[in-house]
Design a protein around this ligand. Sequence first.
Ligand SMILES: Nc1ncnc2c1ncn2[C@@H]1O[C@H](COP(=O)(O)OP(=O)(O)OP(=O)(O)O)[C@@H](O)[C@H]1O
Ligand SMILES: [Mg+2]
Length: 251
Amino acid sequence: MPLLKCEHVSKRFGGMVAVDDVSFEIMSGELMAIVGPNGAGKTTMFNLINGVFLPDEGHIWFAGVDVTRFPSYKRAHLGMGRTFQIPRPFASATVQENIAIGAMFGAAGGELNVEEAMEVADEYIDLIGLKAHRNKPAGGLTPIEKKLVEIARALAMKPRLLLMDEAMAGMNPKDIDQMVTFIRHIRDVEGIAVVAMVEHIMRAVAGLAERVMVMHQGAKLVDEPTREALNDPRVIEVYLGRQAEEFNAKG
Ligand SMILES: Nc1ncnc2c1ncn2[C@@H]1O[C@H](COP(=O)(O)OP(=O)(O)OP(=O)(O)O)[C@@H](O)[C@H]1O
Ligand SMILES: [Mg+2]
């Protein structure tokens, strides 16, 4: 059974079709990237999966439950976590407190007391390597550290699926490689499926994803293993252009 299944999902804004009859599935533990040119419908698709928007047509199942009309918090309780493009930690709360908030509102929602949530937070502080910052206000961290705290907060919710919005936007190649390694590590250790929206960074797509869905004008253009997707003439034409040819030529 797929972990997530979207069937003929559409979303319109006024007369404009932002997501057009998209169907796809994600299995447990899979690493998938959603890419596409500006305005292709990636963020809207993400918001439909997550429950920020409800679709005009189609159905979404998560962990065997029809969540099509569920609000976001109910999807979170079923094990759907997400990070945001721009991390917004509670600036005056410590790193540990910020992550504990995830533990308190996630899959174990309402069952952990503050002390237990703080213990869960400590596990994830170790995982992201920010032990030295445990008791510092999150507002003082660097952007990449804030991103790591945000990921740790999402992981502390014990998700089965982690949705990462623009996971590596604005990062330099070294940070991208580090983040790719880290995301693959959490998949391996925690068995979590990850859907990452990755910007125009071939290095990140190729390093991270096992499968790529390319969107174009609201529709699904291809949904293929990464190598095939990056070599697909349709993808090269509408999206990747020379970037992909150069990347593929290099190996
Ligand atoms: N809340 C909204 N109200 C009206 N139109 C919207 C809204 N959100 C998105 N759109 C439109 O839907 C289309 C798809 O937008 P979306 O943000 O999903 O694309 P995207 O693939 O994420 O693009 P980008 O790479 O620029 O982030 C665009 O034409 C956009 O203008
Ligand atoms: Mg977007």
